[in-house]
Design a protein around this ligand. Structure first.
Ligand code: SAM
Length: 206
C-alpha cells in the first residue's frame, strides 16, 4: 500500500482506505476464484495495483469521462483506476463470468458507485466510450479491431479518445501499422521499481 502513496501523494482518506482494503479482498476472493497467480498475491500492490495506475500517469481523466476495461479479469486495470477517478464511469467486461463475480464483489465491498461490470464478450458491446483500457488480453492489432466500434468521436481529455493499453516486452511489430496515431509511454518515467523496466502504456487514437 505504501508504494501507492509513494507515487500518488494527494489521495483522499477514502481513496487510501479503498486501496488498503484491496489486499484482504483479493486474498479472500483469489482463494476461491483464481484471478491472480497465487504467488503474485504478495506483490498485489506493485504488480497489479500500481501497474494498473500507470495509465493514470499518462492521463488524468476529466470528471465524466467514460472508460471501458476490456478483459478486466479480476479487475485490472479498472478497479484501481475507478478508485483513483471516482468521478469517471467504468464499464468492465470479461468473457468469464467468475471473474466478473470477483469484480462485482470487490466493487460492492468498496462501495464503488462508478463501476458496472458485465459478463460478456466485448464483441457484443455496442456502447461508446472515451477510452478503452486493458492489460494482457490479446495482440494489439486484434484488440484494436475488437474495440474500434466502441470509441466515442468527441474528445474531452488531454489525449485523443481511443485505447490505453498496458503492454510489456517487445511489441514494435504489433504497433508498426498505426503511424502517428500511436504513442508509447515508458513506465520507467513514472516508477523506479525494476518491475517497470519493460513496461509501457500504448495510446492509440481511434
Ligand atoms: C490474461 S487475462 C488479463 C486480465 C486482467 N486484464 C489483468 O491484467 O489482470 C485476459 C482476460 O481477457 C478476457 N478476454 C479475452 N477475450 C475477451 C473478449 N473478447 N471479451 C471479453 N473478455 C475477453 C479473458 O476472459 C481473461 O479474463
Amino acid at each position: 500500500m505504501e508504494i501507492i502513496e509513494k507515487y500518488f501523494t494527494d489521495l483522499t482518506e477514502e481513496q487510501k482506505d479503498r486501496f488498503s482494503q484491496l489486499k484482504d479482498l483479493y486474498t479472500h476472493w483469489n482463494s476461491q476464484i483464481n484471478v491472480i497467480s497465487r504467488k503474485d498475491i504478495d506483490s498485489l500492490y506493485l504488480h497489479h495495483v500500481l501497474h494498473s495506475l500507470s495509465i493514470a500517469k499518462v492521463m488524468k481523466f476529466k470528471p465524466g469521462t467514460k472508460i471501458m476495461d476490456v478483459g478486466c479479469g479480476g479487475g485490472f486495470p479498472g478497479i484501481p483506476l475507478a478508485i483513483l477517478f471516482p468521478e469517471c464511469d467504468f464499464y468492465m467486461v470479461d468473457s468469464i463470468g467468475k471473474k466478473i463475480k470477483v469484480v462485482n464483489e470487490v466493487a460492492t465491498a468498496l462501495k464503488l458507485k462508478n463501476v458496472k461490470a458485465e459478463h460478456t464478450r466485448v464483441q457484443q458491446v455496442k456502447e461508446k466510450f472515451d477510452f478503452i483500457v486493458s492489460r494482457a488480453v490479446t495482440a494489439f492489432p486484434k484488440f484494436v479491431n475488437m474495440v474500434r466500434k466502441n470509441s466515442s468521436p468527441k474528445d474531452k481529455n488531454s489525449l485523443a479518445n481511443g485505447i490505453l493499453y498496458i503492454k510489456g516486452g517487445d511489441f514494435q511489430e504489433e504497433i508498426a501499422g498505426y503511424g502517428d496515431k500511436v504513442q508509447i509511454f515508458d513506465c520507467t518515467n513514472f516508477f523506479e521499481e525494476e518491475f517497470f523496466e519493460t513496461k509501457k502504456v500504448v495510446h492509440l487514437e481511434l
